[in-house]
Design a protein around this ligand. Structure first.
Ligand SMILES: [Zn+2]
Length: 397
């Protein structure tokens, strides 16, 4: 076992600390100690791991402007979250959140109801005024379509392919026999069978709106634009970064998606953000909206991230976490003509623009419970009464 230390400025350290988990499979821990990033690993191949880490640091260090601008700050001041204790541990103890695997949870009781209440509220307060139509999408996506969104090249570390055993009687019988002989499943079982898996054609869905654009392939719009809303399971592999309900591997996302002329998409996106800000104030929550960039992993990180920041393409609604951290619970994105071009969606013979606002429902639930605690009687009055009105309308009680 070995350890390496890198002295880095805080913004670069944050990005490198996240990405370090994808540097080498022998990585066992990544921690921030003072202004140093400490990576620990199994084995003694320090030179190789140092070389990879330095490559990674060079990639992120080339971004010069990292400061986020605050676009909106809610009226409610930062509350003392320590008074609510460790909300995640309490939810685990109450068995209202059950960890089922790395980044996978079952949710029941109060956090489940709050998650559904938030979703219903976002539909009512953001999707309905945008006259969004409601759509349904699968939880997986054809790999050739996902490739056209540039997801593979921008976020190769997040990709999770869906594989199946080859359609071959020999392979299927060998699999069953090996399973019986080994006394059940183990990750090494497939390796005993040579090449039992068929080529990957499908990946799990990383975002809701890609399906919307794919479903509009080769469409010409005859209006200024329109809005769509959908909720899907989304899925991102984040290695050692998975944490409680803040960074799940499989999570629920509500999106409101805008397709059309640039002015239509920009103004619809702004109206949606204004409505989210109004909800946050109405519910008495502490949150702020800041400029952001996606955590691109590819070696053109600096170019892509700088373009997003300079053109106000990504804003994130953040909430504080106990211990001084923060979590982005919603994002607002302007993609310009990227997806219009990728999927042949046009308007007046030009590629259409797209944008979306997304709500990470598990993150909303957890971040809000950290702020207001688990005792409903002590919640801000407007949030409590809206939640209780929603509860009364639920047929399963
Ligand atoms: Zn989206």
């Amino acid at each position: 076992m070995g350890a390496l230390r890198f002295s880095l400025n805080p913004d670069i350290r944050k990005h490198v600390g996240y990405a370090a988990w994808f540097c080498d499979p022998r990585m066992t821990d990544v921690t921030h100690v003072g202004d140093e990033l400490v990576v620990e690993f199994d084995g003694d191949d320090e030179a190789n791991i140092r070389r990879k880490m330095e490559r990674l640091i060079a990639r992120f260090a080339s971004l010069d402007v990292f400061e986020s601008r605050i676009m909106f700050q809610s009226a409610t001041p930062l509350m003392n979250m320590d008074q609510h204790g460790d909300v995640y541990q309490t939810l685990l103890a109450r068995k209202e959140v059950i960890e089922l695997g790395r980044g996978q949870v079952a949710i029941r009781g109060l956090p489940y109801e709050l998650l559904e209440f938030f979703d219903a509220s976002f539909v009512q307060a953001v999707a309905v005024p945008a006259q969004a139509r409601s759509e349904y999408y699968p939880g997986v996506m054809e790999a050739h379509r996902l490739d056209r969104t540039n997801h593979f090249s921008s976020f190769p570390e997040h990709v999770h392919f869906v594989m199946h055993l080859r359609e071959d009687l020999d392979v299927l019988d060998q699999f069953s026999e090996e399973l019986k002989a080994s006394g059940g499943w183990s990750p090494s079982l497939l390796a005993k069978l040579g090449t039992p898996l068929a080529p990957a054609h499908i990946a799990v869905n990383p975002a809701v709106c890609y399906h919307c654009y794919a479903s509009l392939e080769n469409t010409a719009l005859d209006t200024a634009g329109f809005a769509v809303t959908a909720r899907s399971r989304c899925h991102r592999y984040e290695g050692g970064n998975h944490r409680g309900m803040v960074r799940l591997l499989d999570f629920s996302m509500r999106e409101v998606i805008f397709v059309g002329a640039p002015d239509f998409v920009r103004s619809a996106r702004q109206a949606a953000v204004d409505r989210i800000a109004a909800l946050v104030n109405l519910w008495g929550l502490h949150a702020w909206l800041e400029t952001a960039n996606d955590p691109f992993f590819a070696n053109d990180f600096a170019v892509k991230a700088t373009m997003q920041r300079k053109n106000d393409m990504k804003h994130e609604l953040c909430m504080p976490l106990p211990g001084g951290g923060k979590v982005a619970v919603s994002s607002s994105n302007f993609h310009s003509t990227t997806f219009g071009k990728a999927f042949g969606i046009s308007r007046n013979a030009r590629p259409a623009c797209t944008g979306c606002v997304g709500f990470g429902l598990e993150r909303w639930t957890y971040a809000v419970l950290c702020q207001i605690g688990l005792n409903i009687d002590k919640w801000p009055a407007s949030l409590r009464s809206a939640f209780q009105r929603w509860q009364e309308r639920q047929p399963l009680g």
